[in-house]
Design a protein around this ligand. Sequence first.
Ligand code: ADP
Ligand code: ZN
Ligand code: ZN
Length: 752
Amino acid sequence: MLTYADIVLPLAQPAYTFAVPEGMTVAAGDAVAVQFGRQKIYAGIVWRVHDRRPSAGRVKPILRKLYDAPLLPQPQMRLWEWMADYYLCTVGEVMRAALPSLMKPSGDTEEAFSEEEFRPRMECYVSLAAELHDEERFHEACERLSRRAPKQYEALLEVATVGDDTRIATGEVARRLLRADYGVLNALCRKGLLVARDHERTVEHGRSAFRLPELTAHQQAALESLRGQFARGVHTALLQGITGSGKTEIYIHLIAEVLERGGDVLLLVPEIALTAQLIERMERIFGSRVTAYHSKLTGRRRSETYLRLNRSAGGEFIVGARSALFLPLKRLELVIVDEEHDTSYKQTDPAPRYQARDCAVMMARITGGHTLLGSATPSLETWLNARSGKYGYAQLTERYGAARPPVIYLSDTLRAARRGERTAHFNKLLLDKIDETLRRGDQVMLFQNRRGFSPYVECTECGWTARCPNCNVTLTYHKNGHKLVCHYCGYTTDVPAKCPACRVADVVPMGFGTEKVEEEIARLFPEARVARLDRDSVTSERAFSVIVADVEARRTDILVGTQMITKGFDFAGVSLVGILNADNLTNGPDFRAAERAFQLMMQVAGRAGRRNDGGEVVIQTSDPTNPLIRQVVAGDYEAMARGQLAERQAFFYPPYARLTALTLRHRDPALLREGAMALADGLRVRFGRRVLGPMAPPVDRIRGEYLVGLLLKIESGASSARARELLRSELKAFAAHPTFKSITVVVDVDPQ
Ligand code: ADP
Ligand code: ZN
Ligand code: ZN
């Protein structure tokens, strides 16, 4: 009887059935090479083995198996399935995001495929032959050798005493770590006293005792509260604590407990490049136990890490960005999501458009572990879950040690301008504070949430602005190179000498970004050493480290930056933070704008005076009575949360509704419009008034394609599985429609 296997390929396709050739055995989770389409060879994952021959077409055979052991353990298979179901994509698309690129090779020929294929580095390991585990036999062998072959005797002893010199070692040791010559070791193998075996390089975890920080009474209370909640069956808990209160110290204690009993820990951090300091801190405590995993590592490193963990017996500690969620940890007992509110946990493009925080909660549920979400300013979703008792909760309200929260000053920009107390983009209060701070020998951070010299150029005569020919957005002016750049598609052009519309006047830069701030501040404080941190100045990881190292070593007096400066920085010398324009933060069009602005400003403020006390923050605003800005000044998260939640409830937004955003794309605007109307009508039959649109998104043309949006709002209490099922069948019908099937539909569940 023939057997068949349903195989998932890294494509936006369902699983396909292949035949298992005679003599080959495959099981769910195995990686295999198969030919798909006309010629192409792919690596796929066996999802299910069965004996039902597919009704249509020729069934191709599996070409070969790729690794000895299954590449995908059971819990990961369940996570992939859950993600495909929840985020309305295929399991193949999850595979694309989940596996390191070298582990999903493809090629037009078997040869091209093999070249792409990942081959782990092999290494020779030696161990004592089994019969020598008997002490008597071992001593006999030693005695014989010590007389006739002293070198071999020494080598045998070395292998026998590796790791522990009180007992005969029965484990393997890498040949390269031994002092003995390979010739001598080979002779011992020929005599049957040693066994040599080639296999993948492994990392030896020493049995280390971790040196844990001693907690303050408050921290200890929070830790014990969390422990108690987890023991009582709470799956997920929120640890809310202001910056510098010691959340990380609590993580460390929880991590150590799990590692000591052989469980695995996953610590997710937003944007790993910015959290080098955290990894170092973890390494100081957990040493070689710490494994970093993120997209900046080479494909080889990531693949090696993946395979090593796939074989590991537990006790692993991974610090990683969102893709670390997919590592094959077998005994995952604790997942910590640091800065859980951070938007970089959401992958917006391509599918799966997943929120790693939510997937982490699911993963821990699958493995029976716990999730701890940490933040100074939790997302409203998480906070509501904690407050309603769905999640556990613990809080830290004080900064550690002498460090006190910074003093926050509001500076009214309009009033300053009226009084003639405004120079360039700075109010007098901020300039005075900068001056004082520099005199003290301390450092300053200036935050402007916009990169570039200014966002756009405008004609002084007719008001013409430069726009991207492919996207419906204004081009951003970059002083460096005097260029106009589209931040959506990368289109770059020179600034026109004369206005192309009226041909009368010059075009001039308007508004201001980080580059402009840097230039102005350097002019106002010519003595100060000024640096800038944003996506334009950070062209590589190296450039980033140089900028950070300069601030750390106090070779920089003033650091100007975008939100990149808000994450993971812990500089002792920074005692003043300036927020140049709070208004463009609070006035966003998005329903989350206020929440984001609060989180961002609190995080920026938290950079001031992390170690010494007396940190100061100056917020410049033209709207000083804005309730949100008042809440920032008071550091009152709860007031912000209650205020925002009331609005969300009134306007039926998350966490009271679940959103699914559909974006339709096509080159022909008329066809697109018609298609969007048809899809909206179809959805309304099933969902009624829960369907919004069609509407033009903020940017309605990108790379020459037109965009139209639809939004689905479902009550949080309703069955989301049923809603997904209805939506899925509607989308399927649309994709098969004779006129509309050329329209691309992008589905984003829980959009950010
Ligand atoms: P958070 O993660 O809440 O921002 P951290 O854990 O980073 O706070 O703590 C802030 C600073 O205070 C760090 O430099 C940390 O080493 C120090 N700290 C916090 N708690 C303790 C403690 N119990 N013992 C020693 N140092 C501590
Ligand atoms: Zn563009
Ligand atoms: Zn003009």
